[in-house]
Ligand binder design. Structure first.
Ligand code: SAM
Length: 396
């Protein structure tokens, strides 16, 4: 279906010869510096905004995460007792998690605190400005913003958090047509409106898909996929993990996101893929509508993420569902503690109770995956609370 195309995007499409791969369209719609949803700083995250994320529901999420981060940092400090340690957040959005971690960490082990800094990596200038405004009010830890390029020159030791970042990286849309997998394009129709079309996979993309599917044992398309079956392929992951490997000398990477295994991601029944357009707390809008004014996001396939991580020198570690991780980190005790709050804080207690329950709701945020990877570190001392252990297929 055709959707109207803003002038700024039409200019990009015309310069590209009239059409671009879906991944390029998604990149422009989200990250174009003047008009993109994140690029222009237009994104609004939280209950009053376009969508909620766990940190946007209140500071309890960060408070629960702190003991896990401190356990990893303590293990890291034993591998080198003098060097500076960093908590790096990639894609901090509004800056909620960074703000709450900085505040909550104030009560942590003072010996560790003196060696600790907060590093924020934000690709979009519009979002960076908003984070800077929020965090200039907060004391606690030294904080700096830098690019992955700068971290490549001076790599850090520490913990890296990518919370709902990888689901915002541009994906390719793949469509099963006439007995072959094709790549979706976004192009201008004769009325200068946006529409989707398809072309055979580029050689590079075809080879990449074949290579990863071969390693991870994924069958694409899956058995019984019907004509028009559509899915996503996250072609940004290998470069991202390579850049992260160059940025981190030794550390744990915690990815928190919508994610599922290949046998659930690539099924004939999931015939529309996982791509979602989101605005004003509503999902399921058309991805071509209002470029730059709505969020676009696609779930992660865990096997594909693991493959990209391993290929770039990361060791696959534990994983857990968010609900299990947060319960192991003391969410139930925190809920119980709310009952002790004085009566005049009833409204706050109820609001925090609702937020805590949302964080573990298995049909919502509780079903998010916490995936860990590490590099430059021994195996011991870097387990994840609430993990079921790491399956053999993830480790291979
Ligand atoms: C979905 S928001 C998540 C925000 C926040 N982590 C949260 O959960 O509330 C994605 C964030 O990642 C940023 N971003 C997108 N691509 C990025 C990249 N390649 N590197 C760093 N940040 C990026 C966006 O500007 C935005 O701040």
């Amino acid at each position: 279906m055709a959707a109207s195309c803003p002038e700024w995007l039409a200019t990009h499409l015309q310069q590209a010869g009239g059409g671009v791969p879906f991944s390029r369209f998604m990149d422009l719609a989200l990250n174009e510096p003047e008009h993109g949803y994140y690029g222009a700083g237009r994104a609004r995250i939280g209950p009053e905004g376009d969508f909620v994320t766990s940190p946007s529901l209140g500071s309890d999420f960060a408070a629960l995460l702190v003991p896990q981060l401190m356990a990893w940092l303590a293990s890291l400090s034993t591998t080198d007792p003098v060097q500076r340690l960093s908590i790096v957040e990639i894609g901090p959005g509004e800056g909620h998690l960074a703000r709450d971690l900085m505040t909550q960490l104030g009560e942590a082990d003072p010996a560790l605190l003196t060696r600790l800094e907060m590093v924020l990596v934000e690709a979009n200038p519009g979002m960076r400005q908003r984070q800077q405004l929020l965090l200039e009010q907060v004391d606690g830890l030294p904080v700096r913003w830098c690019t992955l390029e700068q971290l490549r020159i001076t790599p850090v030791r520490g913990v890296v958090i990518a919370h709902e970042l990888l689901d915002a990286l541009p994906v390719e849309r793949l469509v099963w047509r006439d007995g072959s997998l094709q790549q979706a394009l976004v192009e201008l129709d004769p009325n200068a409106a946006l529409r989707m079309s398809h072309r055979p996979l580029s050689v590079g993309l075809r080879d990449e898909i074949n290579r990863v599917c071969g390693h991870a044992g994924i069958q694409l398309p899956p058995p019984h996929a019907e004509e028009g079956w559509t899915t996503e392929w996250n072609s940004s992951l290998p470069d991202w993990f390579a850049a992260m490997a160059a940025a981190v000398e030794a550390g744990v990477l915690l990815v928190i996101d919508y994610a599922m295994e290949a046998h659930r991601y690539y099924t004939a029944q999931r015939s529309e893929g996982t791509l979602m357009a989101v605005s004003s707390q509503q999902a399921g809008l058309s991805p071509l509508d209002q470029p730059g004014a709505q969020d676009l996001t696609a779930h992660l396939c865990i096997d594909v993420v693991d493959e990209a991580a391993k290929r770039h020198g990361w060791v696959v570690g534990d994983q857990a569902k968010q609900g299990e991780a947060l319960l192991a980190l003391g969410l139930a005790q925190r809920l119980h503690g709310l009952q002790q709050l004085p009566g005049q804080q009833l409204a706050e207690a109820l609001q925090r109770r609702e937020a805590l329950l949302r964080l573990v709701d298995p049909a919502g945020l509780g079903g998010f995956r916490w995936l860990t990877y590490r590099r430059g570190l021994p195996e011991d001392g870097f387990s994840l609370s609430g993990a079921q252990g790491c399956s053999e297929s993830r480790r291979d």
